[in-house]
Structure formats: structure tokens, C-alpha cells
Design a protein around this ligand. Structure first.
Ligand code: HEC
Length: 186
């Protein structure tokens, strides 16, 4: 029979063990796929780009595309303090088709209900080489990481002004990074 004090110590040891174990990361499935956040529309809105293009190829005639960029609120709070996007940052880029005809609109473009695509840029220093991973999201299905050889990584690494993100295009965030001295000239 084990001594009584060992029996009493057992619950304490179990509790300590549970406290020391890393909490499972709810953003990822156990096999490393990223779970699309369902509430990103309630996050911090950084900016909308309209018909942005990174090559000289002519734009597709006849339609406009908006991209809306959001970041999770905890990352935003840290960014305001440091000018860096912290470990754990999740950016969402949502592409929407532009529309011209609707209600009282006679000129200009507004965003239609049609979402063309949703992408994520996620910082997780323990998980990703270089700290950041990219994902193409589709509904609520957990997404596989886009492989490191893809153009996403090279372009963001070479041209993103803060921590591989395109903060130079997000007006309020840009000001914060400028003040903090973290904005690269790109
Ligand atoms: C040739 C350069 C280039 C490539 C390649 C590229 N991006 Fe981007 N990305 C940009 C620019 C520029 C922005 C800023 C958009 C804006 O201002 O609205 C951006 C913004 C983003 C954002 C918003 C957060 C951030 O990092 O600033 C996400 C998410 C994103 N891209 C995902 C992707 C994914 C996924 C791929 C690959 C499939 C990709 N990008 C490939 C240039 C690029």
C-alpha cells in the first residue's frame, strides 16, 4: 500500500501536470490545418484596396474587385503599443466583387455581397518557418498551409513594410508603424 502522503499528493501532481501542459491551439487542427475564423467581420478593419495589381498585365475589363483587410483585436492592441505584429497575429483578406447598379447609385462602385475569395496570413513562430504561414480559405473547412515555395511568401517577404505584412497600405496602422520606427521603406 502506498504511504498516505503519496495518495494525498497525487491530485496535486495531476493538477500541476495539467497546468504545465501547453493549451491546445484552437486556431489549428491537431494535424496543423488552420480553422477559418467565423467572426473576422467583427475584427479590426485595416483597409480596402480597389483593383490593386502587382504586374503590368491589363486589368480584367468590366469588373472591379475590392479587398478588405482585417486583423484580430489582440494583435491590434499589441501593434498599437509596439508597431510590430505579434506572435499569434491573424490577418484576413476578403475579396469582393464591386457593383455599380443598385438602389440610388448612379456613379462609382460599392461592394457586392459576392465574396470571391478569403485568404489568411498567420504568425505562429513555433509552427512556421520564418514565423508566417499563408492559407486560402473556403467556408469553414480547415485549410492546409500554402507551401513555402508559393509566391505569397516571396512577395510579402520582399515588399511587406512591417513583419511581411503590407502595412504601408493600411492608413492608420501605417501611421502607428511610422511613429514606432518599424515601417520599412518598401
Ligand atoms: C506580388 C505580391 C503579392 C503576392 C504574390 C501575394 N500578395 Fe498578399 N498582399 C499583397 C499586397 C500589396 C497586399 C495589400 C493589399 C491591400 O492593400 O489591400 C497583400 C495583402 C495580403 C493579406 C492581408 C494581410 C497582409 O499581410 O498585409 C493577406 C492575408 C494576403 N495578402 C494573402 C496572400 C496570399 C494567401 C498569397 C498567395 C496565394 C498572397 N497574398 C500573395 C501582395 C502580394
Amino acid at each position: 500500500m502506498p504511504p498516505a502522503r503519496m495518495i494525498y499528493a497525487l491530485p496535486l501532481l495531476l493538477w500541476l501536470g495539467a497546468a504545465a501542459a501547453p493549451a491546445p491551439d484552437a486556431r489549428f487542427t491537431p494535424d496543423g490545418r488552420f480553422r477559418p475564423p467565423t467572426d473576422y467581420r467583427e475584427w479590426v478593419f485595416l483597409s480596402s484596396g480597389l483593383d490593386m495589381a502587382y504586374t503590368d498585365a491589363p486589368a480584367a475589363a468590366g469588373h472591379k474587385v475590392f479587398d478588405n483587410v482585417f486583423v484580430d483585436p489582440a494583435a491590434w492592441t499589441a501593434f498599437k503599443r509596439t508597431g510590430h505584429w505579434p506572435d499569434g497575429t491573424v490577418f484576413i483578406l476578403e475579396n469582393r466583387l464591386g457593383a455599380t447598379q443598385g438602389s440610388i447609385n448612379r456613379r462609382g462602385h460599392f461592394q457586392s455581397a459576392e465574396v470571391l475569395g478569403v485568404e489568411a496570413h498567420v504568425r505562429d513562430d513555433a509552427r512556421f518557418k520564418g514565423g508566417w504561414g499563408f492559407f486560402a480559405l473556403s467556408g469553414e473547412t480547415p485549410a492546409e498551409q500554402i507551401p513555402y515555395g508559393a509566391a505569397c511568401y516571396a512577395c510579402h517577404e520582399a515588399h511587406g513594410a512591417v513583419d511581411t505584412s503590407f502595412t504601408q497600405f493600411y492608413p492608420v496602422a501605417r501611421g502607428i508603424a511610422e511613429k514606432a520606427g518599424t515601417l520599412k521603406d518598401r
